[in-house]
Write a protein that binds this ligand. Structure first.
Ligand code: SAM
Length: 321
């Protein structure tokens, strides 16, 4: 395992219909059950010597957690960690971009499912499109390039956005990544009619722009990457459902309330909060966290999740997407 995805909060400021229900955050983890900065750092420090070299900060919406840039800086400074990245919906990005740049954060992925302000509202239930686009601009101006822009495609909702979003790569150096909808959280109610496969997206893109050319990527890369004829950016496809990448998946997830989760699509989890709060000697705590991570790694599925997505009761925002 090389890659740890850390969910720093379950809270979110958007309510994407395929992810979260409308309403307050009452069902989410209150402060005292959410890991503290020190606890997150203890997990990172315990796992860096046994192979974790990349950390992604996610959520919920990570920028809703107070002091995230300071936490990022400390993770960046942890020996053995080579890369720290963040996934955000960009709503608060403009406000925090300077601190994030100073924190040493290496890359930012933003989520953007549509270029149409009205559809953005319908999908997220929030009038946030303009602020999100300003956040994206701010990230590019601050030098977070090339930006990875993630769109979840839901048939009958934003499939008409595939072509215009792909077209952005003709004029912007984005990696525009299309993500297959997974039957997790609210998406269960859209399943299977809302599912759109990479092949279906590709057919639309091919018809509009001609044959995209494959771009070679490292084996651990989850996206299949292409370039449009004449494109300055690239297209990526994340295909957890139609062509799984379980065999090369090298990631673990740390949920905001302190469990290690081997797989997004499987409810199995290993509790580390009880270890962190056991009051034991710090070296003993680190040792037990390493054992917990080893157990989690051994629980990872190898053969795909198409047949049985058992994500349990958690939404993507709770697991850390
Ligand atoms: N709030 C941040 C953001 O929007 O990027 C980080 C967390 S969000 C849960 C991470 C990603 O998960 C987003 O790109 C979101 O669209 C995606 N996501 C949520 N539910 C999903 C589902 N059922 N299938 C596929 N992707 C999903």
């Amino acid at each position: 395992m090389k890659y740890l995805r850390v969910s720093v909060t379950e809270a979110c400021n958007l309510r994407c219909r395929y992810c979260l229900p409308e309403g307050d955050l009452g069902q989410y983890a209150p402060h005292k059950v959410t890991l503290t900065d020190e606890e997150i750092l203890t997990v990172v420090e315990a796992l860096a010597p046994v192979g974790i070299e990349k950390v992604r900060i996610t959520g919920g919406e990570p920028l809703l957690r107070k002091g995230v840039p300071a936490l990022i800086r400390r993770i960046v400074e942890t020996p053995g960690i080579r890369e720290v990245t963040m996934t955000t919906n960009a709503f608060l990005l403009g406000r925090h971009i300077e601190e994030l740049k100073k924190s040493g954060l290496h890359r930012i992925n933003v989520s953007l499912d549509t270029l149409d302000p009205q559809r953005f509202y319908e999908m997220t239930r929030r009038h946030a499109f303009t602020t999100v686009m300003e956040g994206i601009e701010a990230a590019e101006t601050a030098g977070f390039t090339p930006l990875k822009v993630n769109a979840v495609v839901v048939k009958g909702v934003n499939d008409a956005d595939v072509v215009p979003l792909a077209g952005e790569t003709l004029r912007r150096p984005w990696q525009m990544r299309f993500i297959e909808l997974m039957p997790i959280g609210q998406a269960r109610t859209l399943w299977p009619h809302g599912f759109m496969s990479m092949e279906e997206m590709m057919a639309q893109i091919r018809a509009a722009y001609g044959e995209p050319e494959p771009v070679p990527v490292p084996e651990s890369e989850t996206a299949k990457v292409f370039r449009l004829p004449g494109g300055i950016g690239t297209l990526g496809f994340i295909t957890p459902m139609s062509k799984h990448f379980c065999g090369t998946c090298d990631r673990l997830r740390l949920t905001a309330n302190g469990t290690l989760r081997p797989c997004l699509c499987d409810a199995a989890e290993v509790n580390v909060k009880s270890i962190l709060r056991s009051g034991q000697d710090p070296e003993e705590v680190r040792q037990q966290i390493r054992q917990a991570a080893q157990k989690a790694a051994q629980m990872k599925p190898y053969s795909g999740v198409e047949q049985s997505v058992r994500s349990g009761a958690r939404t993507m925002a709770q697991i850390g997407g």
